[in-house]
Design a protein around this ligand. Sequence first.
Ligand code: SF4
Ligand code: SF4
Ligand code: SF4
Length: 256
Amino acid sequence: MKPKVAIFDFASCEGCELQIVNLEEAIIDVAKLVDIVEFREAMKESSDDYDIAIVEGSIARPIDEERLKKIRAKAKILIALGACAHLGGVQRLGNRFSPDENKKEVYHMARPEDISDGNPYFKEPRHRALDEVVKVDYTIPGCPINRVEFAKVLVALLTGKKPPIPDYPVCVECKKKENTCLYTVGGVCMGPVARGGCDAICPTYGGECEACRGYVSHPHEKAQMDVLAKYGLTAEEIMNRKTMFTSRYTEKKGGE
Ligand code: SF4
Ligand code: SF4
Ligand code: SF4
């Protein structure tokens, strides 16, 4: 019997789910290996009976936490899908400010009843990654995920192999492509500590890496500090400039 897979979403843009939909013909091959029993973005059916839960999005509200715990209790394997689930996402930047500051700066155009204290989200709007709430078995990183990597992880799981998520820095792939290092042209890049596997796509096209795939397990922090010092930057400056995906690592509470 094929394993049953259910795909769920929490606070997210649903872009990682879209990457699964974008597998196009390859999704037919995936469907030969598994039964997809719930996937709100692509089908109407839903089910409480599944083996593998693939979960996108960050956890913000008490009702999200309850729902995630129920999903975890039913699933034999739980996979965090994308940077929102892995790190808390871009929305985690809101954790740096008080509920009142967020209301004032972000939601000032909203209807007052939507941002009243009666809405549990505004009592403690703290976005968290899935593994800060429940046990996560595997993570597919990235914003968005790489759909080929998604398919490889699923195939590895179904054939009893370790999912092939790289654990080396983006710089490795960047150097293989013989890119000009952005530091040499006045840029700031998280490549030395960011997890590779994206083929260094951002620096290859002139964009600074923001570490959307999180950090490698054992980042060479000293090497990164040396690179920064060479270009007249401090750790504090880079942390203040590069917070889009990495708040998790610097928050006082809830970090890894
Ligand atoms: S990780 Fe990025 S693409 Fe995926 S759901 Fe979150 S914001 Fe969207
Ligand atoms: S720091 Fe950035 S631009 Fe420089 S080699 Fe590493 S990934 Fe490439
Ligand atoms: S280069 Fe950095 S920001 Fe860009 S996709 Fe790779 S890890 Fe993410």
